[in-house]
Ligand binder design. Structure first.
Ligand SMILES: [Ca+2]
Length: 174
């Protein structure tokens, strides 16, 4: 009997954890990260964010060209059916009133991570819009504006009807 309870005790001792596991580290957007981690985080944000805006501007370009092939004019985002996926860090504008706003969320999933990137922000240097130019030639230029980190420099992209995709201001330059 004694031997059996000793064995049982030994098994228990082996199975039961000796100490409670340490609590998970607290995570918050304000958490201070070492410098290397900050630059890695920015590198990831740049790769993901700039890949995202390039894909969305190409999608908008294709939507305009498809509409042009059918109707001989360029048009608004609603008519084109252009709607980028939720969570993007950029506001994309077809003209000053026709924008798809930044919808990025912080880690808690509820608060906006768009910061100064408002729902109608256009930081492109060249005028944007769509319609007929002075020479009667249809044109468009679409602008995407985002911010990939916590500083004030924006990441600004445009695409036009000639498929010129330009990174007008690069938030990812050193
Ligand atoms: Ca920035």
């Amino acid at each position: 009997m004694l031997v059996r309870s000793m064995i049982f005790g030994l098994i228990l001792a082996c199975v039961a954890p000796q100490t409670a596991p340490p609590p998970p580290p607290e995570r918050s957007p304000q958490m201070v990260l070492p410098e290397g981690a900050v630059s890695l985080r920015k590198e990831i944000a740049c790769e993901e964010g700039q890949g995202w805006i390039k894909r969305q501007l190409k999608a908008a370009f294709n939507a305009q060209k498809t509409y042009m092939a059918d109707y001989d004019l360029y048009s608004g985002f609603d008519i084109l059916g252009f709607k980028p996926p939720e969570g993007g860090r950029y506001t994309i504008c077809n003209n000053s009133q026709d924008c798809r706003p930044c919808t990025a969320k912080n880690l808690d999933g509820t608060t906006s991570a768009c910061g100064a990137v408002g729902p109608k922000l256009i930081a492109c240097t060249q005028p944007i819009g769509y319609g007929e130019g002075e020479n009667g030639r249809p044109y468009f230029r679409i602008c995407g504006t985002g911010n990939l980190d916590d500083d004030d420099t924006l990441d600004v992209w445009s695409i036009d009807d000639a498929n010129n995709l330009i990174n007008e201001v690069n938030d990812c330059e050193e």
